[in-house]
Each structure stands twice: as C-alpha cells, then as structure tokens.
Design a protein around this ligand. Sequence first.
Ligand SMILES: C[S@@+](CC[C@H](N)C(=O)[O-])C[C@H]1O[C@@H](n2cnc3c(N)ncnc32)[C@H](O)[C@@H]1O
Length: 293
Amino acid sequence: MRYSEPEGRLLSLTPEPALDATEEDPPTDPSVPADERVIRPMQAGELVLLIDQKKRRYVVELSAEGEFQTHAGSLAHRDVIGRPEGVAVASTRGQRFTAYRPTLSDFILTMPRGAQVIYPKDIGPILMLADIGPGVRVFESGVGSGALSMAMLRAGADIVGYELREDFAARATKNVGSFLGEAALARYQVELRDSYDGIDHRDFDRVVLDIPEPWRVIPHIPVALRPGGLFVSYSPSITQVVKVTDELARVGFGEVSTTEVLNRTWHIEGQSVRPDHRMVAHTGFLTRARLTR
Ligand SMILES: C[S@@+](CC[C@H](N)C(=O)[O-])C[C@H]1O[C@@H](n2cnc3c(N)ncnc32)[C@H](O)[C@@H]1O
C-alpha cells in the first residue's frame, strides 16, 4: 500500500487553442532562464495555480472565456489573463485567490493520475542519486503517471520507458506534454512492454525503476547499462529492498546503498515555533548502485 498525499485538483486540462499564443510563446514550464527574468503576464493556454485563503491549491488551464467554479462563487479567467504572477483576484462571492504559474511540484500533486506517483519529496533526491542531467540516457520502468519522468525530462534526460498498461502510458505522455510542452516528447519514448521480460534497448547511462518486483529486471541490466552506470529503484517495502540488494550483488553491482527521506515541516507563528504535529512518516526507500565491469 503506497502513501497517498491529499490531492489538489487539476481542472480543465482539455487542450484548447491558446487564444493569445504565438509560436514564440514560452511553454508552460515555469522555469525561466536568467536572461528572461522580466514580468511575463499570464496568458490564455497556460496553466495557473490558484491558492485560496485556506491554502487550498488548484491548477487550472486559462482560457479567454473560462470560469473557475468554487464553493465560494466563480472566478473569471480573464481576471488573471494579462496580469503578473502573484496577483490577488476575487471570486464573485469575495473569496480571495493568489495566482501563480505552477511549479513542477504543484503540477505533480494536482495532475490527473493513472498510477500512484512518486512524490516530490522523493523525486528531488532521486534526481541527485541517479545524477540526472542534460543528455543522460535513462531506462525507466514503469512510467505510471509520468511524475518522475517529468522531473528527469526537465533536468534534460532522454528517456526510454517500458510500461505495462496502455492507459498509464497515455496518461504519462499527456501529463509530460501538458507541463513541459510537446517538444519534451521528442526525448520521451514510452513502449508498452513488460520490463521483467528483458531490455532490448542499449547504451543507457541510468536505470530508474518504480515497479513491484524490481529484482526481476536487474538480471537484464548489465547488457543495457554502460559500466559505471547508475541504478536507482524506489520501493515502498523493505522486503522489496532486501531482494533488490541481494540481486544487485549477485549480478555485479557495487556501491549499493539504501536511503529513506523523512520530511518534517515546522509551524512558525509568533511564539509558537515547533515541528508540525503531523508528518508523512513513510513513502518509500531509494536504493542506488553502480554497475562494475
Ligand atoms: C507506481 S507506478 C509508477 C509511478 C511513476 N514512477 C510516477 O512517478 O508517476 C508503477 C507502474 O509500473 C507499471 N509496471 C508494473 N510492472 C511492470 C512491468 N513488469 N513492466 C513495465 N511496467 C510495469 C505499472 O503499470 C505502473 O504504471
């Protein structure tokens, strides 16, 4: 059983032509290169994050005629379109929302899901453990809802993903296109295949797994991963980790380690400064190794 964070809501992802968009418009990816650090008004066709006064978060695709319906009245998209990030807008019944472009983390927590995603608290460390960067060739299985794929693609990786389920593969591909833009799909090749049966592609720099029985893929890795290449696997249960570790040693991996990431938030308000009462105690274990020759 995997931990499930309270979900926000992603509304209106139906692709609509961006009314004001031109071919030069930036994709919805909110990362902005240093030389573009100017105020870019939010536009129709872009995703926007709306945060209400109770800190509830909603991701909406802006359209010229769109209306965001809430329990506290409706909010016209045109009140956001053309305005800078951080603007405060009010619903028809006076509920105040702050509007920003969503981060990747905001998108992952609100996007439509097929399979359970890996959460941002683990995705960040996975990027470092697997040393993901521009041009790195990654074999990923399964792709699920595409949360981890999106983070690796945004870091510049080229991914070949094996996924068992057609609906999940389609969902992952759609999520990648929605957030990173269609151009990112050129670096994202998802195949409907069972990774337990083997890996037909070659010359990978990394293997990243999030599947129920990762130890069944490990015997296939040495022909597909270059020597020195990195392996990272996410598993919710420690019994899975033990099997993975045994199999890694048997097949000839070195530098094997397992990490669990605990994330404790703090309450800071006046004299009340303490850890929050609630925290996510467990999500999964991250096992990393390198292929020896
Ligand atoms: C937990 S989900 C992956 C979630 C993904 N990491 C994300 O962040 O969105 C696991 C996925 O692995 C797929 N899967 C399970 N066994 C598989 C196999 N043997 N080969 C390929 N995909 C598999 C499932 O269909 C499911 O989509």
